[in-house]
Structure formats: C-alpha cells, structure tokens
Design a protein around this ligand. Sequence first.
Ligand code: HGY
Ligand code: MN
Ligand code: MN
Ligand code: MN
Length: 409
Amino acid sequence: MSETFHAMWRSLRPIGRSDASGGYRRYAWTAADADCRLWFRMQAEARRLDVETDRNGNQWAWLGDPTAGDAVVTGSHLDSVPDGGAFDGPLGVVSAFAALDELRARGAVFERPLAIVNFGDEEGARFGLACVGSRLTAGRLTKEQAYELRDADGISLPQAMEAAGYDPSGIGPDPERLARIGAFVELHVEQGRALDLSGDSVGLASAIWPHGRWRYDFAGEANHAGTTRLVDRRDPMLTYAETVLAARREAELAGAVATFGKIAVEPNGVNAIPSLVRGWLDARAADQGALDKVVTGIEAEARAYAERHGIDLTVVRESFTPVVDFSHTLRDELSRLLGEKTGSTGKVPVLGTGAGHDAGILSESIPTAMLFVRNPTGVSHSPAEFAAEDDCVSGVLALADVLEGLACR
Ligand code: HGY
Ligand code: MN
Ligand code: MN
Ligand code: MN
C-alpha cells in the first residue's frame, strides 16, 4: 500500500509549492488549483473511477452508481492557506485513494457506492470564507452571498470560476446529491498534539469548536508621517495595535483563542499615516459561552480605544460556524470497526478540534465523522506541518477498515 501512497504523494507534492517558503499556495480557481484538480482526475481515472465536478466545483470520483443512494464518501480538500503545510487536506484525499487500493488488494466486495471527494476552496484563502464548496452544497451559503465574495484584486468568485473554465451560474444547494450520501468520513492530519501526547497514530473527532471571522475596520485620518505632530494625529494603526493586544488578554480571560492574522492598510505607504486599517479576527473556543465572551470582550475594548483616539470603528461578522458534535452513531460505529480490526481493547482516542472542516459543514445534512492522524509537531497552516510515514500508513489502514465495515460485504 505504501508504494501507491508514496507515488501519489510524490506527484502531488510539487503542485503550488513555494520554493521560498517550502509552503503551499493552492488557492481556489488559480493555476495551482487547476493542477490539483487535474491530479485528482488522473488518480481517479487510473483507478477506473467515474469523475465529475458538481455545480459548486467539488470533484467526486465514484465507484458504483452515484444515483443508487446510501453512498459512503471519503476525501477532503486540496487547497491551502498561504504557505500552508503539505498534509492539511491532501492527506485526506491521498489516503482515500490509497484506502481504495488497499480494499481492492483485500478483495473487498462493495455493496454500497463509494465516492472520493475533493471539496473546493476549503481554506478560504482567496475569498476570505472557509469551506465554500461544502457550504454551497449544504445550502449554508447562498448563490447571492457567493457572488458577493471578492479576492484582494477585486475579482469575484464567479469571475474566478469562469476564468478557470467553470460555469458559476448553477452554484447553490445540492440536496439531491446529499440525499444520496449515507456517510461521509474525512481523514485529516491532526492540527494539534493530542495524539502525540497520547502516543496514538489515529484518533476520532468528537467535535469542532464553534468559530468565526470578524472584520475590524479602523478609520482615522491620513496625513504626512514626517510633518504631522503626534497630538494632531488620528492614527488607526495605534487602535489596531491596542486591539490586537486586547485580543490576547480577552482570550486568556475567556479560555478561548483569538488571532489577528490578516491586515490591510490604506494607503499602505511608509511615509503616510494610514487612513484605514482593516484587521481580520479569527476567534474560537471549546464552547459557545467562551466564544461569545472573547468576541464581546475584544469588541468592547476596541471601541473604548477607538473612542479615546477619535477613530471610527466598524466590526462585521464575516462568517460563523456553530459547534459541531459529530454524530455519535457514526463515530461510535467507526470506533467499533477500528476496535474490531485492530483487536485492540483500548478505545480509539476521541479528540475535539479548533479547526474547521468540510465534515463539520456537512454534519447538519448527513452523518459525518473524522479520523485524525498524528502530527508530532502539532503545527499546521505552516510548512512545518508534519505526519510520519508509518502514521500515514496507519491512517490509510484505519480508513480502509472503516470503509470496508461501512461499504463492503
Ligand atoms: O480555518 C480552519 O480551521 C480550517 O483549516 N479551514
Ligand atoms: Mn486548514
Ligand atoms: Mn483542512
Ligand atoms: Mn512628500
């Protein structure tokens, strides 16, 4: 099995990789995305799977009749955050193809349709909203909302899709497709160190924390950096900086995490006091109460600073995903299957995550579950993200066991 895994990894690895950082820049509807999509199609066709791209740009590789219903689906995404790691997303897609190879080698007989999926634009790196492909399919993002999405150059999502050769006119909910899926299992590299600390290769997801993105617009007064006295300034960068420090304080108080990881400055000149500083807050917490507390606390402090500095502050919630409790039925079924196969009496570890996933978006529509593979660095959304080969193999075998139990005689 590991030979095919290696071959896939080798062929996928160079796509969208930055020589400068060693990270990945695979953004939705760009050339790198097109190369990933071609890679996916080639892997699928090499396995005699029927490949289709749905109305929202998600790719599906089918074994069996897609219209039969009660399909078992596995897969993940191939796009990345700026300078992302090699495993976040691709590990789930490569492992899905490798698990199918493994099941064929075992002589497994499928009694349910199987599909391997590549969800489009999971990271939201280009248009600012995560899980666009799965949100559209699940009806959690309308066509009108999607048409409003713009990238940093002002290109809209439909324009980008068209430029990539896809027709955006049909984007939107796909309930018929979801009605034909009985279970979705996503394998993903762990974005933390729980498995490293517990000494396990593979674990199951218990929940995805509630999380969201807020845009903070600090408007001040542009002026000359050299001739404007300090007392005469209305510098939004100061208020932004104090808000970032407040975010850390509020997160510690609330037991949450809060990150200002993206900023846009106008006019963005070294010798010009900014007129506008736009900062994006990513806030997450294990429960809704803690999330509400941190978000409210940060905004209250930001408004107090803005008041003091004569800055106009606008806060816009750009996206929000409520807590996802993976369905106990499917998760318990996976736990039983994994326990049976490995014969281990020890329970498969179950862990929560602060990272969002397509499985979380779809969990309101279909039974979903997630398998995590150990990441000894715990680092993700960075070139340092890592999973050891034998853990990747354990992940593929676990996924094969689960798919065999769910879809085969
Ligand atoms: O942001 C997230 O949690 C996910 O990686 N898209
Ligand atoms: Mn990610
Ligand atoms: Mn991911
Ligand atoms: Mn000048």
